[in-house]
Design a protein around this ligand. Structure first.
Ligand code: WTA
Length: 637
């Protein structure tokens, strides 16, 4: 497999970036010519950010699985597409070649068809990190169904909300999932969610943990039984359904500043081209390399850089079921040694957590196969960057600090390994096709260098969000209305004297806890469900390992009970409503929240107090009751 669009030198990068902004149509037309299309496009790009309406490769026909599977069969059929490392290191790993994967995807696509799934139907996938998760994704794409993967850590209520929003009639799940020493009863969580979702017609259940489950007659079927039925049909093919470039490929829910997650919609053509293009260029993938992205497939990083990007490039992608600290904190290093991993793509929170165990767990593992390291999900602090560089990369592996979002589909700002320079804690330069711009609060452009502002992008790249499912207006107001004619990222950013970009964190009410995006309003809604809670406000504060942690200020009705028990109850409520990832780390009971006369909560003050900055709280004179601030300060937890 060769990649004609691969950029190999800084000069080529400069030239590619320039060409991509001078002649985006020409640039992307040429990149797209390395992919397999049933019909070529009539026009490469048509767009406006006002509606917004963005169409890449209009008129083109394709199926992304044909690109990820069929086209590799001739040359890479016996090469591993996926390597699966199970949670338990004693259990056998699996190597799935391109030919095997193609076969399994075709089989499961037929299972979906037999169960009534048609083009355009939404298929919700709630599974652990098993190869069948990737298979279910690809099988949906093969028949033109729209997959909506839900991270295995979300609660029944979160699943129900997402199923309802997407009106998904089909669910694929497992009996359970292993994560470290835990066993998560996925099917039983689905059963709880489905009490509220009577419109779900079929649930296909894969056996993984043998956790006891109850199967509902007519609705629930076993993955394995359904595969057997397909096998008895002989050896049927499942020709890929021809999709328009702009047909939806998937929905992925993500948090914003409102209480309800948004269903980010990505489409087939642009997403395919950009994920593979960015995968090859950022990581400088060389055929034969083993790529290990430690994210969960339930997040965008897993969609783009475990499944679609690597498979589009004919790469070998390692899927790890477990967690970095089980059975011990040497697990990643052991995996790298075992499979001779060449590219390790992980999150700052994992690096910081492993740093905490010292070098003991690193020793004794041969990491010499590593060529490239990557970081994603949150700003990486310099200490973690250097630890990663020195102890894992042994000073010889470029680190790519990749900035992007669920909405961007692929990496937008990052150095390219060994091609463009890295700079600790900087995502550095935009990829070709990406034109970043910093603006002040009023939307005026901030030009020059050594400046900070809100990060916007001036024009569409192929994998930009197309809409929020079922509510286009929400997409417009969230991303395209804050600053007219610009895509607004929600991130703050600094540009240095050489034009390198450094992401400084969210400027909206979105938290980033261990690399997971969580809206404060969502957490507040969950807390407010607790019977005793009158009102609450949630802010983030810096945390050594998680990056940010959650601080909740709560006005509680009954002040006579045991505070610790109440705290536990509230944490339980949040876990039940959203999932364990949204649990508040600190809860402070207060008699009131600092509000302006118009009733707006002054989060700035709450943030300062949570951060421990008790002196420079700023002006409190506009508060309805300035006295409440002193009380909150004095009882800080
Ligand atoms: C943050 C994850 C600094 C950022 C791919 C963004 C980062 C949000 C980086 C998106 C990075 C992601 N440096 N911050 N390299 N990468 N972020 O949608 O705040 O889960 O807006 O996508 O993570 O999170 P999401």
């Amino acid at each position: 497999m060769s990649y004609p669009y691969q950029i190999k030198t800084k000069e080529q990068y400069d030239a590619a970036w320039k060409k991509s902004v001078d002649d985006p149509q020409g640039y992307w037309d040429s990149v797209a010519s390395s992919f397999m299309w049933r019909k070529k496009c009539d026009s490469v790009l048509e767009w406006n950010f006002k509606d917004p309406d963005v169409q890449w490769f209009k008129g083109a026909k394709l199926n992304i699985t044909e690109n990820c599977l069929d086209r590799h069969l001739g040359t890479l059929g016996n090469k591993p597409a996926l390597i699966w490392e199970p949670n338990d290191p004693e259990e056998h790993h699996r190597v799935i070649t391109y030919r095997d994967l193609h076969h399994k995807v075709v089989q499961f696509a037929n299972v979906l068809k037999n169960n009534g799934v048609k083009k355009g139907d939404r298929v919700c996938i709630y599974m652990g990190m098993v190869p069948e998760l990737a298979i279910a994704i690809l099988a949906s794409a093969r028949i033109g169904a729209i997959h909506s993967v839900i991270f295995g850590g979300f609660s029944a209520q979160s699943i129900a909300d997402r199923l309802q929003d997407a009106q998904a009639e089909f669910v694929v799940t497992c009996d359970g999932a292993y994560r470290g020493n835990k066993e998560i009863p996925l099917k039983s969580v689905i059963d709880d969610a489905l009490v509220q979702c009577r419109f779900v017609k079929k649930v296909i259940v894969l056996t993984r943990t043998r956790t006891p489950v109850s199967m509902i007659k007519g609705r629930d079927v076993w993955w394995e039984d359904e595969i057997k039925k397909v096998e008895t049909m002989g050896n049927p093919d499942c020709p890929p359904v021809e999709m328009d470039a702009e047909d939806p490929l998937f929905i992925l829910y993500t948090s914003g500043s409102t209480g309800k997650p948004k269903g980010v919609v990505h489409t087939c053509g642009g997403y395919m081209v950009y994920t593979t293009y960015s995968f090859v260029n950022v990581f400088q993938y060389t055929p034969g390399d083993i790529h290990f992205c430690t994210a969960d497939i339930g997040w965008i990083t897993g969609h783009s850089y475990i499944v679609y990007g690597p498979l589009g490039a004919g790469a070998t992608s390692l899927v790890f079921e477990g967690v970095p600290t089980w059975p011990d904190a040497g697990r990643f290093w052991k995996i790298i040694d075992k499979y001779k991993v060449n590219i390790l793509y992980t999150a700052p929170t994992a690096i910081r957590s492993l740093m905490g165990y010292g070098l003991g767990p690193v020793h004794g593992h041969d990491l010499s196969s590593l060529k490239v390291l990557g970081s994603v999900g949150e700003p990486i602090n310099e200490e973690a960057w250097h630890w990663f560089d020195e102890n894992i990369g042994k000073g010889k592996c470029p680190i790519v600090d990749t900035w992007w979002q669920t909405e961007t589909g692929g990496i937008l700002i990052s150095n390219m390994a060994g091609v463009t320079p890295s700079k600790p804690s900087y995502a550095t330069l935009p990829l070709p096709g990406v034109e970043p711009m910093l603006v002040d609060e009023n939307g005026n452009e901030i030009t020059g260098n050594n400046v900070s502002g809100n990060l916007c992008i001036r024009r569409p790249w192929p994998s930009i969000i197309r809409t929020t499912y079922g509510d286009h207006e929400r997409c417009r107001t969230n991303y395209f209305a804050t600053y007219p004619d610009l895509y607004f990222t929600g991130d703050g950013c600094f540009r240095d004297e050489e034009g390198n970009y450094r992401i400084t964190g969210r400027v909206d009410d979105v938290l980033n806890v261990s690399g997971h995006r969580i809206g404060t309003a969502e957490v507040e809604n969950a807390i407010n469900m607790h019977a005793g809670v009158v009102e609450s406000a949630v802010v983030g504060y810096p945390h050594d390992v998680k990056g940010q942690a959650i601080y909740a200020y709560i006005v509680y009705g009954n002040t006579h009970g045991d505070e610790d028990l109440t705290r536990q109850d509230i944490v339980q409520t949040v876990t039940r409503i959203i999932g364990a990832i949204a649990k508040p780390d600190k809860i402070q009971f207060v008699s009131g929240l600092p509000k302006t006369r118009s009733g707006k909560i002054m989060r700035r003050i709450l943030r300062k107090i949570a951060e421990g900055e008790l002196e420079n709280i700023g002006d409190t004179s506009t508060l309805l009751d300035p006295g409440v601030v002193d009380e909150i300060k004095s009882r800080r937890v």
